[in-house]
Design a protein around this ligand. Structure first.
Ligand code: NAI
Length: 337
């Protein structure tokens, strides 16, 4: 699970150590002044493994950076606006780029409804990443992830720099929700893989892997539904003022932490939406799998556990056509623009 707490135990001791800053990961957040971007940037500022944090947004990134730069941890924070090649400067030398730039949902909207607004943003930012920091790990939060990760991958492919180990659509919030919702029933925090995609019924939580969870079929169905539509719960509760931001910031910070720890040699397992040929025979090239992270990004897509249930197998099968068409939409956007 998330080791951020372990690292943060030493936070005060290490706050003023310049060596941490010199060795720490170089991270950029694109969309850093938004509802997710601000708390995500703060969590990254608190992470001793992050040495250098660049914040970019079309509005107010220098303000957010100035604010965070007063927190007495060792990392440096700089803000970049759209003026004077700000995006390129923000991306220079980055090890990890996290992208929460884009419009969030309002009640009644699906993630796919955001495509028209967010595809161009994702394409422009992907082009800049491919040109300035093609070897960085690119972690995409913006929705619809099921289309925007394939879109970004296509941009990188067209420029000849795509590395499937280095590009992940962030589904970590689905794992966080599954873990929390199971905890509410079992009292135990456990890693529950969530595979498939990041939209409605493409989100497939593998509660079969939670040995302490004993539920009736009806209660299990309700738990699966809540995991798939947990985002809607937040959108409705916020009543037009956006979607999940704080839990998403936590989830994004966890994945960055995992990627950085793995890059330093730690064996880390996460889930994420990646180029994945497990279901290529069914026309699906992008699928959220259980990922082993290593020094160079995704080192292995782990096989699905043998004991997954028939219901889970059926859910995967039902998700495949949706995933194929969502990916096509992203790829077609690159071809046509
Ligand atoms: P927000 O509207 O609060 O913030 C978005 C930020 O992006 C704004 O500060 C805006 O100025 C910035 N932005 C817009 N165009 C930009 C560009 N071209 N370059 C750089 N920055 C740009 O939205 P919020 O709540 O932070 O959500 C961001 C995205 O994350 C949405 O698409 C939302 O659907 C998605 N999301 C994804 C989740 C996941 O699990 N992957 C969970 C929750 C939200």
């Amino acid at each position: 699970m998330f080791k951020f707490t372990t690292a943060s135990k030493n936070l005060l001791v290490r706050s003023f150590s310049s060596s941490v800053s010199a060795q720490g990961a170089k991270v950029a957040v694109l969309g850093a002044a938004g509802g997710i971007g601000q708390p995500l940037s703060m969590l990254l500022k608190l992470n001793p493994l992050v040495g250098d944090l660049n914040l970019y947004d079309i509005a107010n990134a220098p303000g957010v950076a100035s604010d965070l730069s007063h927190i007495n941890t060792s990392s440096t924070v700089r803000g970049f606006s759209t003026e004077e090649q700000g995006l390129s400067k923000a991306l220079e030398g980055r090890d990890v780029v996290v992208i929460p730039a884009g419009v969030p949902r309002k009640p009644g909207m699906t993630r796919d409804d955001l495509f028209g607004m967010n595809a161009k943003i994702a394409m422009d930012l992907s082009i800049a990443c491919a040109e300035v920091c093609p070897k960085a790990s690119i972690l995409i939060i913006s929705n619809p992830v099921n289309s925007l990760l394939p879109l970004a991958a296509q941009v990188f492919k067209n420029k000849g720099v795509f590395d499937p180990k280095k590009m992940i659509g962030i589904t970590t919030l689905d794992l966080v929700r599954a873990s929390r919702f199971a905890f509410e029933k079992t009292g135990k925090v456990q890693f529950i893989p969530v595979i498939g995609g990041h939209a409605g019924t493409t989100i497939v939580p593998l509660y079969s892997q939670c040995s302490s969870l004993k539920l009736s079929p009806e209660d299990l169905a309700a738990l699966v539904h809540r995991t798939q539509f947990g985002g809607d719960e937040v959108v409705q509760a916020k009543a037009g003022k956006g979607s999940a931001t704080l839990s998403m910031a936590y989830a994004g910070a966890r994945l960055v932490d995992s990627v950085v720890r793995a890059s330093q040699g730690e064996d880390v397992v996460e889930c994420g939406f990646v180029a994945n040929d497990t279901y290529a025979s069914e026309g699906v090239d992008y699928f959220a799998g259980i990922l082993r992270l290593g020094k160079e990004g995704v080192s292995e897509i782990l096989p699905l556990p043998e004991n997954i249930t028939q219901l889970e197998k059926d859910a995967i099968k039902a998700a495949l056509p949706q995933l194929a068409s969502a990916a096509k939409k992203g790829i077609d956007f690159v071809t046509n623009n």
